[in-house]
Design a protein around this ligand. Structure first.
Ligand code: BEZ
Ligand code: MG
Length: 540
């Protein structure tokens, strides 16, 4: 079916709106310095867009939020309340929202980081404060306190489970729209800090996919799981392979056991195999490998005890690889350690289980990670591609098909599932190529150029691990940062090392087949690269 002109225009409008509304950090945090008041409006608006039942707060209605926040920033809480009263909103409901925003604004102007650091070095007491995302939990302010995590037995919280259910359902629907059926198995990446910030949304998503819910004991600790009936689920139980970070393993040991228990419970259910893919796969594996049920139901993997990270990021950044499949193999080598408890109640604490992991990944059809904060996205750090990219590349070889790769974020009130390719495009438009973002970075001089180069390299990481970067992205990076003469001059001036690394990365993207472009573009890049080398060596 071809789209009408109006449908296309609407789609374009929606995409533009999405880019425009995306919160992006403009510049780096400077230790000890409060955040500047400009552009605080967007953050305040995001904070005001969440219902906070625990504090008796209702989100500001979207249609009035912009105006009300502008009024608040310019003239204070009373003026904003008054402005909304004229729109028919009762002062009793809006006043508490602005009281919260006033509190946040005041705390953003306070910064005791240096003082706290000095006190910490003297071994003195530092006031504790929760670690969370600022929009989801403004109580993290002021900064400069001793960040504490949360009680792992509280994960997933009721709110996280309710949301996890919606996100996981949307994820399955998206896969079904594209493939005509549900995936039999998925691989999820779970991180520690994310699950602290969201109180376990990632954990909740995994449980919901398996079709179980957490059960709390007399002390209100989530130590058990119970089955959600197939009628209630309205779909098959999905097999879930979980690769958890070393931080998650360390912080959420009870949760690791909960997840492992959930898989074993799902596998034990006497249900038709086309409605319980966990059981189906466990039985298949027992038959295929002649292994025991414990081995066949291993689904929670992390690093060896005391070990962290996949090293896929280092291998990519150092260009120390020839074939992409090496990156996926490295991921498995680092992450093939099983955690949980076997049927005899014996704790498994990082037993090497490479074959079990290979088998589990060989059935995966979709991979997924939840993004917990607007501060750090897919191309801000090398960790997303090392994990989600790494596991996807490992699946590609073992399943002999590239999985569908998805992300979603806990950033806004609506749930939005995006493919990896869509997310890379969105990040590129909202950040990398957005003058608001790169000019913010360039104000930090040397470090800012390094951040730009990092982002380009992290984008490249998505080519290496998942072939998820369009040609236009590299072309526009080249146009914006290299072929714009005055920009190139600025980069060279501020940080010629990073400018050179950026040009080299573009050449590498072409060399490895990720970027098709004209020979004259490459020639120009080569030339600029040589000039930069001369400058670095002090020849020019
Ligand atoms: C984590 O929170 O588990 C995590 C953060 C950054 C990189 C890898 C893992
Ligand atoms: Mg391509």
């Amino acid at each position: 079916m071809t789209k009408t002109r109006d449908e296309k225009v609407l789609e374009l409008y929606e995409q533009l709106l999405e880019i425009e509304q995306r919160l992006i950090p403009t510049g780096l945090h400077v230790f000890g310095r409060p955040s500047p008041p400009r552009e605080r409006g967007d953050l305040l608006k995001a904070i005001a867009s969440f219902d906070r039942p625990e504090a008796g707060l209702r989100a500001l209605p979207e249609e009035f939020a912009d105006e009300a926040i502008r009024e608040f920033v310019a003239n204070g809480a009373d003026a904003a309340v008054h402005c909304l009263e004229q729109r028919g909103l009762a002062a009793e409901t809006t006043r508490p929202v602005f009281a919260l925003l006033e509190n946040v604004s005041t705390k953003l102007e306070t910064n005791t980081e240096i003082d706290s650091l000095v006190r910490a070095l003297r071994g003195e007491f530092i006031e504790p404060g929760p670690g969370a995302d600022i929009v989801q939990n403004p109580d993290i302010l002021p900064t400069g306190r001793n960040t504490h995590a949360l009680n792992p037995y509280g994960v997933p919280s009721a709110v996280a489970f309710a949301r996890g259910k919606i996100v996981a359902s949307s994820l399955l629907n998206r896969y079904k729209e594209e493939n005509g059926r549900y995936p039999e198995a998925m691989a999820l990446v779970l991180w520690g800090l994310d699950n602290i910030k969201t109180q376990g949304e990632g954990v909740a998503q995994a449980l919901w996919l398996l079709g179980v819910r957490p059960v709390r004991d007399a002390l209100n600790r989530a130590t058990d799981v119970e089955v959600i009936s197939l009628e209630e689920l309205g779909r098959p139980r999905i097999d879930v392979v979980m690769t958890v970070s070393g931080i998650f393993r360390d912080l959420f040991s009870p949760t690791v056991h909960l997840l492992d228990k959930a898989v074993r419970l799902a596998a034990s259910l006497d249900e038709p195999l086309d409605e319980n893919y966990v059981r189906k796969h466990v039985l298949e594996q027992i038959a295929q490998d002649n292994c025991d049920a414990d081995e066949a139901a291993t689904r929670v993997f992390s690093n060896a005890p005391g070990n962290y990270g996949t090293n896929v990021n280092f291998m990519v950044m150092d260009s120390q690889w020839e074939r992409e499949e090496t990156l996926g193999d490295l991921f498995v080598t680092r992450k093939c350690f099983a955690y949980g408890r076997d049927s005899k109640g014996q704790t498994i604490e990082g037993r090497e289980a490479r074959i079990a992991m290979d088998r589990a990944l060989s059935r995966v059809e979709a991979t997924y990670q939840n993004i917990d904060t607007f501060e750090i996205g897919l191309t801000d750090v090398d960790h997303y591609f090392e994990y989600l990219g790494g596991v996807s590349k490992a699946v590609e070889k073992r399943a002999q098909a590239r999985p569908s790769i998805y992300l979603s974020d806990s950033l806004s009130r609506d749930v939005k599932i995006r493919s990896l390719e869509e997310t890379v495009r969105l990040e590129t438009r909202a950040k990398t190529l957005n003058p608001k973002w790169y000019e913010g970075m360039l104000q930090h001089g040397f470090r800012g150029v390094a951040e730009i180069e990092n982002r380009v390299s992290n984008t490249f990481g998505w080519s290496a691990t998942a072939d998820a970067v369009d040609d236009w992205i590299y072309s526009e990076v080249a146009n914006t940062f290299v072929f714009d003469e005055s920009m190139l001059e600025r980069l060279k001036e501020l940080n010629p090392h990073s400018a050179h690394a950026l040009v080299q990365r573009l050449l590498e993207a072409h060399g490895r087949g990720y970027w098709e472009t004209d020979p004259d573009v490459l020639e120009k890049l080569q030339e600029i690269s040589h000039d930069l080398e001369d400058q670095l060596e002090g020849v020019a």
